[in-house]
Write a protein that binds this ligand. Structure first.
Ligand code: HEM
Length: 229
């Protein structure tokens, strides 16, 4: 979602996405496709005693594309850029495959791609760090600030795949924290070592300052990553 666009244009984009998934569902029904998560969800909508309504089916389709694909794709581009600009770290990660878990967690913390924070509505009047918050107030939790908080992380602006860390907020916090986080972790753990094994001489083809970035969405990312191999 392009946050630089007007509310009207963003609504138009959201409707386009709903229409796209609606057509995709219709297409899968028409062809009787049985593969993939959407087909499974259709199965749960069309049965004798359905688990999902049509609206929930379309909503889940949109959510999976938006929350599940856009985020992970952005993380892959940014993670590659981060590893390429910290030269010793791809080699270190490859020489020690057991480090891939901490590498992915550190990338999640360091990059915090969901850039505008999490919105929560206060259910009761409360006070937080001296600030009064009224029932019904919108509170935005700045995850990127939390993930660089020097009280929680030593030398927080450093990227360190050996960092010992109990938790970060890259996948949110509390009951609504990311439902797909383990899928995202599995994808990153599979893709990143494979990329650097396949192209051990992978390097940026442009200076870092010239990598085109996109900060307009709810996630930020690279628009294009030019590399040499
Ligand atoms: C690196 C990739 C990902 C990042 C950075 C990410 C980040 C987030 C964040 C920050 C939230 C909000 C959590 C909160 O409000 O506390 C969230 C929610 C969610 N994510 Fe992810 N996510 C990723 C991948 C995925 C994937 C792969 C899926 C599904 C396959 C997914 C599905 C969801 C869903 C369904 C929610 C809503 C949970 C709820 O409101 O209860 N995410 N994600």
């Amino acid at each position: 979602m392009d946050m630089a666009k007007s509310r009207e244009e963003r609504d138009k984009g959201a409707h386009w996405l709903i229409d796209y998934i609606t057509h995709l569902v219709a297409d899968k029904r028409r062809t009787g496709a049985t593969d993939g998560i959407l087909a499974e969800l259709i199965d749960k909508t069309d049965g004798e005693s359905p688990d999902l309504t049509e609206k929930q089916l379309i909503g889940l389709g949109v959510l999976l594309l938006f929350a599940g694909h856009d985020t992970t794709a952005a993380m892959m581009g940014l993670s590659t850029l981060t590893l390429l600009t910290h030269h010793e770290q791809p080699e270190d990660m490859l020489a020690h495959p057991e480090k891939i878990g901490t590498t992915v967690e550190e990338l999640m913390r360091y990059l915090t791609i969901v850039q505008f924070g999490l919105g929560r509505v206060a259910k009761v009047d409360l006070e937080l760090a001296g600030a009064p918050i009224k029932k019904g107030d919108l509170v935005v939790v700045a995850m990127n600030a939390a993930n660089r908080d020097p009280r929680a992380f030593q030398d927080p602006d450093a990227f360190d795949i050996d960092r010992k860390m109990a938790r970060h907020m890259g996948f949110g916090y509390g009951v609504h924290q990311c439902l797909g986080q383990n899928v995202a972790r599995a994808e990153l753990k599979a893709v990143l070592p494979k990329l650097f094994q396949r192209f051990p001489n992978l390097r940026l083809a442009t200076p870092l300052e010239e990598v085109p970035m996109d900060f307009t969405g709810t996630n930020y990312g690279v628009r294009k990553l030019m590399v040499t191999r």
